[in-house]
Write a protein that binds this ligand. Structure first.
Ligand code: BGC
Length: 758
């Protein structure tokens, strides 16, 4: 019987599965499994990339077509466009024995072709509707181009800005990170995966990938269970709870066992404790990398991975080449392989691929759905919401639209660095440089431009950064000549706007830095500009928190814009000319120096708290040469207006264990412009069975306030919200007093309290 006929027969009986569910009740899947040889089942567990996309490892798959024909491939990535995907599905459907269609994967990290700001930037909007919509639009574009499975969201908690992939996540906090994870999964997957504008999401990298020792990518992680459960695991769990269909393992080891072969992680925790029903894919060759981790040869590590609960092997082909032998030798059961194959087939069923392998190959869609004006407008709006105003000086901002401006800096008229890291599906040449955006938004302004400095003068550093394109372009002109030209313009203008910071690939994968300052070439430019006495605005681009201690004390204003995406220039211009009043807040603490790293606001008080005023005190937890506090705290961000908080109070003094309580504050716009404020609630559990964090974010709301307007903002809190994992890893709320404050940043004092009753 042909596959089509089998489907025809069983479709009638198919019950279908809701997102996130699994089981043995899909007749098509069971029928298919009953016909599959062991080799064909193993074939479903093999994920290949034929090249053409950006390879993040040293291996690219070979003979992909022949392998698909032989039934040796379950999915591919790095293939896009309806035509190419149709061709790939044709090979699978028409030339392999059972004609099973392929999963078509891709890394769509911050937009497909319409590139949004980097994820760390998007998280700084604290706007979950916006983030969900961003994921939804990315899914619409990607599926129009044939993709049905996305390797996003990355939800790794990161507190170490040396780690380059901090750019790809949502910062340091488990509560905020969980909200972002949920919004992205819902955005990508929608309500119904059979809809052709939704795709399977992958939460990654399970687990703890954001906590490598010394901030060096791929390095080991060692962490207590208590810390994992309370601080690092919540966002992965939130994605699972939101129905994510796929999970990607991380490269690192956990408790001495690499994630891709870690049974505790992939089976005990993920499947049994959390009830995950989708499939688990390895990261790029991470199964093979267990050899280098010291876990044995390829056969041993592949057996270890499948027995641990890993379903699909990305690129390495360890499963394909060794699992049969391991079954014959009794090292892996055929049942284990059947289970994994079932999960892959279920995913294909959920996508509707078993019904119609060409569901994502509609040639008319790209033109209708990709890089539309509407999508670009959304990218522009999203970028403006991601910017964080770090410093205001003399009300320089916003600029008048007819000002005489010297626009300088290596990122001021630059297309190559606007998209940010990990935007392999975007085209840098389509991005709007800052110069162009400023001219679009303020045609009356008199803008002159000079580069002023190279991103870095260090050729060997530039070579390492320029792997995917010429991100750091070192000019023929000498650094002195570049500087002179910029200073001449600056001296002849009313205002200086300097666009400075990191090139795109100075952050991202395999881009860790030990020095997180602005490169020396640009620091020199900034210092000289500040000496001119003219008003200076630094527009700062980076994929990580930087150490800007030296810039913060200069007479300059600073607007952090991350890597803003395809509409970079227009979005930056919208904000610096005041069409949008910035509202973003940092989702990481920015350190005073790399010596404070790792740093985050949720630190414990310890038994010897350091003095709150930052003074040094012997035998307390503090540094001889630095305050403990960060340069810029988590949750911090200014606006062109100002906000004041008053009347912070609890609706009642007691909270019953099955009741709820309202915690509220009055927020007033005390400046002379309308603006949005991200109102944040932090609590402190005063006494509990395991040492509590000094403060914890428990809620946030973004509110619009007209100038002079006041609003009461309240948060409903129940015992559920106060839960934490205790020493037995039970999720509990313990009775007692809780202090709280409601403010515009994590850096505020507790103002009120309530008591959770027994
Ligand atoms: C990255 C993953 C990515 C994969 C496939 C790896 O190097 O760690 O995040 O999804 O490559 O491109």
């Amino acid at each position: 019987m042909t596959l089509k006929k089998i489907f025809g027969l069983f479709l009638i009986f198919s019950t279908g599965l809701a997102i996130g569910q699994t089981g043995k009740n899909i007749p098509e899947v069971e029928e298919l499994l009953s016909k599959m040889s062991l080799e064909e089942k193993i074939g479903q567990l093999n994920l290949l990339t034929p090249g053409g996309g950006v390879a993040t490892g040293s291996v690219v798959s070979e003979d992909v077509e022949a392998k698909i024909k032989a039934g040796n491939v379950g999915g591919v990535f790095g293939v896009s466009s309806p035509e190419k995907v149709r061709q790939a599905q044709d090979i699978a459907v028409k030339s392999s024995r059972l004609g099973i269609p392929l999963l078509i994967g891709s890394d769509i990290i911050h937009g497909y072709k319409t590139t949004y700001p980097i994820p760390l930037g998007l998280s700084s909007s604290w706007d979950m509707e916006l983030i969900q919509e961003a994921a939804q639009l990315a899914a619409k574009e990607a599926t129009a181009d044939g993709i049905n499975w996305n390797f996003s969201p990355m939800v790794d908690i990161a507190r170490d800005p040396r780690w380059g992939r901090i750019a790809e996540g949502a910062g340091e906090d488990p509560y905020l990170g969980s909200q972002v994870a949920k919004a992205m999964v819902k955005g990508y997957q929608g309500e119904d995966l059979t809809q052709p504008n939704t795709m399977i999401a992958t939460v990654k990298h399970m687990a703890l990938y954001g906590a490598p020792e010394a901030g060096r990518d791929y390095n080991s992680v060692d962490m207590s269970r208590l810390k994992m459960f309370n601080e690092y695991l919540p966002p992965y769990k939130a994605a699972v709870d939101a129905g994510v269909e796929s999970v990607m393992t991380s490269f690192n080891d956990i408790d001495g066992i690499p994630a891709s072969g870690n049974k505790w992680l992939l089976t005990d925790l993920l499947r049994e404790r959390w009830g995950f029903g989708g499939f688990v894919v390895s990261d790029y060759t991470s199964v093979n990398e267990m050899i280098a981790h010291g876990m044995g040869d390829l056969q041993a590590v592949s057996a270890m991975a499948i027995n641990a609960g890993l379903d699909m092997d990305m690129v390495g082909e360890g499963f394909l080449t060794t699992l049969k032998k391991s079954v014959e030798e009794g090292k892996v059961s055929e049942e284990q392989i059947t289970k994994a194959a079932r999960r892959i087939l279920e995913a294909k069923h959920k996508l509707g691929l078993l019904d119609d392998p060409y569901r994502y190959s509609d040639e008319r869609r790209p033109e209708k759905d990709i890089l539309t004006r509407e999508n670009r407008d959304f990218a522009r709006k999203a970028a403006t919401r991601s910017f964080v105003l770090l410093k205001k000086h003399n009300n320089t901002l916003p600029l008048a639209k007819d000002a005489k401006i010297a626009l300088v800096g290596p990122l001021a008229n630059n297309k190559n660095n606007m998209l940010g890291t990990w935007a392999p599906t975007g085209n840098p040449q389509l991005s709007v440089p800052i110069l162009e955006g400023m001219k679009n938004v303020a045609p009356q302004a008199k803008i002159s431009y000079a580069k002023g400095a190279n991103i870095s003068n260090d050729t060997s550093f530039a070579k390492k950064v320029n792997v995917f394109g010429e991100r750091i372009q070192i000019s023929e002109e000498s650094p002195e000549a570049l500087l002179r030209e910029a200073l001449d313009l600056a001296n002849n203008s009313d205002i200086i706007v300097a666009v400075v910071g990191e090139a795109t690939e100075m952050s991202g994968e395999a881009a860790s830095r030990t020095d997180i300052r602005i490169p020396a070439s640009q620091k020199k430019l900034i210092n000289e500009l500040a000496k001119t006495g003219k008003p200076v605005v630094l527009v700062l681009m980076s994929g990580r928190p930087l150490d800007i201690s030296e810039e913060m004390v200069l007479p300059v204003s600073i607007l952090q814009v991350w890597h803003p995406g395809v509409e970079a220039g227009n979005a930056v211009a919208d904000v610096i000319f005041g069409d949008y009043n910035p509202s973003g807040k940092l989702t990481n603490s920015w350190p005073r120096s790399v010596g404070q790293v790792p740093i985050h606001y949720r630190m414990k008080t310890t038994g010897r708290p350091g003095p709150e005023n930052g003074d040094f005190q012997k035998f307390k937890t503090n540094y001889l040469d630095s305050p403990n506090s960060p340069l810029l705290p988590f949750g911090f961000g200014l606006s062109y207006t100002t906000f004041e908080y008053s009347n912070v109070k609890a609706g009642s003094k007691d909270l019953a264990k099955d009741g709820s309580i309202q915690l509220s504050a009055t927020v007033t716009n005390t400046g002379d412009r309308d603006g949005e404020e991200i109102v944040q609630l932090y609590i402190h559990d005063k006494v509990r069975s395991v040492t509590p964090p000094g403060k914890e974010l428990k809620g946030f709301k973004k509110v619009m306030l007209k100038k002079g307007e006041s609003k009461t903002v309240s948060f409903k809190i129940s015992a559920e919200d106060l839960k934490f994992y205790n020493s037995s890893l039970e999720h509990v709320a313990e009775p007692g007093e809780f202090e709280f404050f409601i403010a515009g940043s994590s850096d505020a004092d507790f103002e009120a309290s309530f008591t959770l009753k027994k």
